[in-house]
Design a protein around this ligand. Sequence first.
Ligand SMILES: Cc1cc2nc3c(=O)[nH]c(=O)nc-3n(C[C@H](O)[C@H](O)[C@H](O)COP(=O)(O)OP(=O)(O)OC[C@H]3O[C@@H](n4cnc5c(N)ncnc54)[C@H](O)[C@@H]3O)c2cc1C
Length: 404
Amino acid sequence: MPTTQQFTNKTVLICGASVAGPALAYWLHRYGFTVTIVEQAPTLRGGGYKIDIRGVAIQVIDRMGLLPEIRQASTAMRGGAWVNRSGKVLVPLGPDLIGFRAPGDDEVLRGDLAQTLYRKTKGQVEYLFADSITGLVQGPDGAEVTFQHAAPRIFDLVIGADGLHSTVRRHVFGPEAQFVRDTGIHACVFTVPNHLDLDHWELSLLTPSRIVQLYSTHESAAKAQFIFRTPAALPDRRDIAGQQRLLADAFADAGWQTPELLHAMPESPDFYFDSVSQVHLDRWSDNRVALVGDAAYCPSPLSGQGTSLALVGAYVLAGELKSAAGDHRIAFAKYQDRMSEYVALNLTLGWTNANRMVASSASMIRMQTTMMRMMSYLPWKGLAMRSIMKPVIHATNAIALEDY
Ligand SMILES: Cc1cc2nc3c(=O)[nH]c(=O)nc-3n(C[C@H](O)[C@H](O)[C@H](O)COP(=O)(O)OP(=O)(O)OC[C@H]3O[C@@H](n4cnc5c(N)ncnc54)[C@H](O)[C@@H]3O)c2cc1C
């Protein structure tokens, strides 16, 4: 519902059309701003593993009117297992132990969420696909932006929603090495045929410093995820063939279904590879430019919280811009102030989770396996789960949403 409010700043360029960008565009349009989104990919990017929407982020989804769609798209996992190199089940897992989710939280495919947000906004905001920002100069009356393809334009505000390797952040705040903290872990996800006929089921193989996971909610397709530590030099981010070689070498002797999955890799339509890293910045804005989502405070893909932070950050940033009638000096300061504690708690949680998940020795994996086995059979499993979930529930709810 557009408002009739008069804004100091009216036109907003958002860089990045994944989760944070379209979510922010939705709220800004609803409040009466004029929004353009530039995305470097030629079309909306699918792909990715399943992602969690937890705590306050579920409230944001509800306020967007998207809760029925998210429930419909839910992965609704029935369970799964940890297996050994021969495929023997080591630990059977029920739906609770697969997700470790609090009541009300949900899990969807990243690509499904991105599609939902795109559908909700595509008639309302201008999308420029297959383009990117090449220059950004801020002046007293606006930010002049040059593009790879489109003609230069002046916008009142520019928001970087362009992820871990944000170009907007590089232009305005400096090289990413200052802000990105690597865990030394890498994650790779791609779609493969569902050759094991998995039905809302996930299998995981844990070996020292390496994890292979396979799950499916579709009859014909499954998602393979590889998580690993490697001392090897990483290929350039655009060198997909080099990334696939690195992965194939790293998992050559992993066993189980790995050869079949690696064999399917070159034909996969949505190969995704990135470092498991965090972004730490003291401030998320500079004059007319602000950052949201992974570009500002990526907690790492293994935190389970990147998408929730992006959804909540988009809601708060847009809401503060509306409250300040578009005055970015007031709005950006309040955005930072309201989000700081929530972000800090989730960055801490993300770092711990990522490092705990990828065990580096066989003895640590044996300990993890024993603990999970005990959890599966404990008569007081509910109590144990509540205690494990306590810090997660605290971090995922550590912000109260304003009614903007
Ligand atoms: C293809 C893909 C697969 C993913 N898979 C997983 C996963 O399996 N598990 C997980 O936890 N997280 C995954 N993520 C990350 C997850 O989406 C984010 O952590 C979270 O949802 C926050 O989203 P975001 O919008 O801030 O950033 P991102 O989701 O990273 O989106 C950034 C967007 O900006 C675009 N972009 C980047 N640079 C430019 C530029 N210079 N110009 C224009 N556009 C640009 C990118 O193409 C992308 O669409 C994936 C992201 C992508 C893009």
